[in-house]
Design a protein around this ligand. Structure first.
Ligand SMILES: Cc1cc2nc3c(=O)[nH]c(=O)nc-3n(C[C@H](O)[C@H](O)[C@H](O)COP(=O)(O)OP(=O)(O)OC[C@H]3O[C@@H](n4cnc5c(N)ncnc54)[C@H](O)[C@@H]3O)c2cc1C
Length: 395
């Protein structure tokens, strides 16, 4: 059994970004992935300007992603039945980013690009059909057991990029405090073009409504994603029944005939953050460390940012150029961002969209109007939406 610099569990966005950094630094790593190939699940579909800038400057990975995606220059907030409240154009921060837009592209497309880039680096290998079933560490190394003892991989560090159910986090007994929303979220995809009926609609539009908010997201391949909250007392089969899905879509716009629905998923939504992202030679990144609701598209983007921050510290530690204590700074910095930025704003986004009292609705709309009418305020808001401010950048 040879010793690697690192063993990364999980070939999702967070794991592969970390792997690419190690590959480029000439370090050795194994990426262990439970599936037979990179999972092609329909999950994250929004890349923020901050992530695109990082991915392009480090790996040249944004350009091929943009070629496969859909550029959304504006973000819009609307009120159901009334129309647009305010719209924000990323052109207002074009002096700060090379990518003044949100890119709509499924997250597996980034994973495929990173997997292909890794081909040029034989020092890092992705091992498929490799489920981490146990992890352990001692003073000099950390080890991952796969498939209940079929093989073991040892490294100076283990990076747990193994998603929300992380075996690394569970084995280390790291508290994952927070809460799960009572209501689940329903995501549907349809080829119906909503701009035909709402001509001023942006590709990214959040629609507030105290009864049932929703968001409309144009994604590549001629599809729109529509996401709704469901009621806590609704039954799964009922939510996913054709009749209920059609009723929800008809409430967005009653087109007089059934919608073509090409995909629907119902899922639980959590707000949780690991107490620490590092215990000795084991480090968490991405969903293994934090999960949040999808309003604002901060989950995957936050995981990408984690892995950039981690690599900036792990590479010099592995090369013997920095003390391992530097890794605690990674944990502190990114834990702070998860708590003070991602959790705070993803919860606020949900509260704003569902605001039921006149005071809360007016407060939300007043904040949007004030931001829309003042360039400095607009730039602040766009920096927050594009997750630049979570990286400590200011206008
Ligand atoms: C419907 C939906 C929409 C979303 N939209 C957005 C969005 O627009 N923008 C955004 O930023 N985020 C979004 N998210 C969140 C985003 O999908 C996640 O935050 C992101 O996938 C986290 O990346 P990750 O690499 O940390 O984990 P994952 O993507 O979960 O990757 C973990 C990998 O580890 C593998 N794995 C797990 N356990 C093991 C094991 N024991 N051994 C080996 N391998 C293992 C898994 O197979 C997987 O490949 C959305 C999520 C959902 C559900």
């Amino acid at each position: 059994m040879s010793m690697n610099d690192a063993v990364i569990i999980g070939a999702g966005p967070a794991g592969l970004v970390c792997a690419m950094h190690l590959a480029k630094a000439g370090l050795t790593a194994k990426v262990l992935e439970t599936e037979a190939e990179i999972p092609k699940t329909l999950r994250g579909s929004t890349f923020h300007p901050s992530s695109l800038d990082l991915l392009e400057s480090a790996f040249g990975a944004a350009k091929p992603l943009i070629d496969q995606g859909l550029v959304a220059p504006t973000v819009q907030y609307r009120r159901h039945g009334e129309g647009k409240i305010a719209e924000f154009d990323f052109a207002d921060i074009k002096d700060l980013t090379d990518h003044p837009y949100r890119l709509q592209a499924e997250q597996y497309k980034l994973c495929y690009i990173l997997r292909d880039l890794l081909d040029a680096h034989p020092n890092v290998e992705i091992v498929y059909n490799a489920t981490a079933t146990a992890v352990r560490q001692d003073a000099g190394s950390a080890t991952v057991v796969i498939n209940d003892g079929e093989a073991e991989y040892t490294g100076a560090y283990v990076v747990g990029a193994d998603g929300a159910n992380s075996i690394v986090r569970r084995t280390l007994d790291i508290p994952f405090d927070g809460f799960t929303w009572a209501e689940r979220f329903l995501v549907t995809s349809t080829p119906f073009d909503f701009t035909g009926v709402f001509p001023d609609l942006s590709s990214v539009s959040y629609v507030a409504d105290p009864e049932e908010w929703y968001f409309l997201l144009q994604i590549p391949d001629g599809l729109w994603r529509v996401m709704f909250p469901t009621r806590a007392d609704e039954d799964d089969d009922d939510i996913l029944s054709d009749a209920r899905v059609q009723a929800r879509l008809a409430r967005v716009h009653d087109k007089g005939s059934p919608y073509e629905v090409v995909h629907k998923t119902l899922y639980n939504v959590h707000q949780r953050v690991a107490d620490t992202y590092r215990v000795g030679r084991m480090i968490l990144t991405g969903d293994a460390a934090h999960i949040n609701n999808p309003l604002g598209g901060m989950g995957m983007n936050g995981g990408i940012h984690d892995s950039f921050n981690l690599a900036e510290k792990l590479v010099p530690v592995l090369k013997g150029e920095a003390s391992p204590d530097l890794l605690d700074r990674y944990s502190e910095e990114r834990h702070g961002v998860a708590m003070e930025y991602v959790q705070k704003f993803s919860i606020q986004n949900k509260k704003d969209l569902e605001a039921a009292t006149a005071a809360d609705r007016d407060g939300f709309e007043t904040r949007l109007h004030e931001a829309a009418n003042d360039l400095a305020a607009r730039r602040q808001l766009l920096l927050r939406l594009s997750m630049w401010s979570s990286l400590g950048k200011t206008a």
